[in-house]
Design a protein around this ligand. Structure first.
Ligand SMILES: [Zn+2]
Length: 219
């Protein structure tokens, strides 16, 4: 297994935060996390844990990208045992998540590359070729397999759902990167299940420190 190298303050500031902010991501602030906690009735099992830095990119079509960095600003260091995440969400629902990112020497580069690709996907959310409606994200057979779907059947000549590839229109350089990554990962399939299904609070739920007591308030 590659050696663990935790991102330090410099790596966090320059190789994660600045990069994400230059692409239009912003920090997820304490108030919005607290609001999510209240709305969902979340309670902590270990209130001593520091707050992990997260970033959000919001597109006009409603899809969001959320990046969890494992870095705790108040401690000026990364959490000792944790994984980075890149999610695509709509409301509280996680529609897609990239594989979890272990903190090795390429952590910042990998996390931000996947964040860029997820941002590209939400910015380029396709319109249905048969009826021009915005397409939705559907789950394929693999844990991370996705495709775009439009179920507006009555407006389709075929009267069937229209599907297009998840990578449709992806710039060649990004596509080449993804293909190489997928080929490499196929050799090292880590069966790691994501615990939470909630966007902003997912890392806390997956860490086992939090429980949702008000599922009725999920959006
Ligand atoms: Zn359609």
């Amino acid at each position: 297994m590659p050696k663990k190298i935790l991102p330090d303050m410099e790596a966090f500031q320059f190789h994660i935060k600045h990069k994400l902010e230059s692409w239009g991501f912003r920090s997820i602030n304490k108030i919005e996390i607290e609001k999510d906690f209240k709305r969902l009735g979340l309670f902590s099992r270990n209130p001593k844990e520091g707050r992990e830095e997260g970033f959000i990119f919001t597109s006009k079509n409603g899809l969001k990208v959320i990046v969890w960095t494992t870095f705790v600003l108040q401690d000026e260091k990364a959490r000792d045992e944790d994984l980075g995440w890149v999610l695509i969400t709509n409301g509280d629902k996680v529609l897609y998540f990239a594989h979890p990112f272990r903190r090795t020497k390429n952590f910042a580069a990998n996390l931000t590359r996947y964040a860029w690709i997820a941002r590209w996907r939400v910015l380029n959310r396709p319109l249905c070729p048969d009826c021009n409606r915005l397409m939705d994200i559907a789950r394929g057979k693999g844990i991370r397999a996705r495709y775009w779907i439009c179920t507006n059947r009555t407006k389709h000549k075929s009267t069937k759902a229209t599907k297009i590839s998840w990578d449709y229109g992806m710039p060649p350089k990004a596509l080449a990167f993804l293909k190489a990554e997928r080929a490499a990962r196929r050799k090292y399939i880590v069966r790691r299940r994501k615990d939470g299904k909630l966007a902003n609070v997912a890392p806390l739920i997956r860490s086992g420190m939090w429980t949702v007591s008000r599922k009725d308030n999920m959006v």
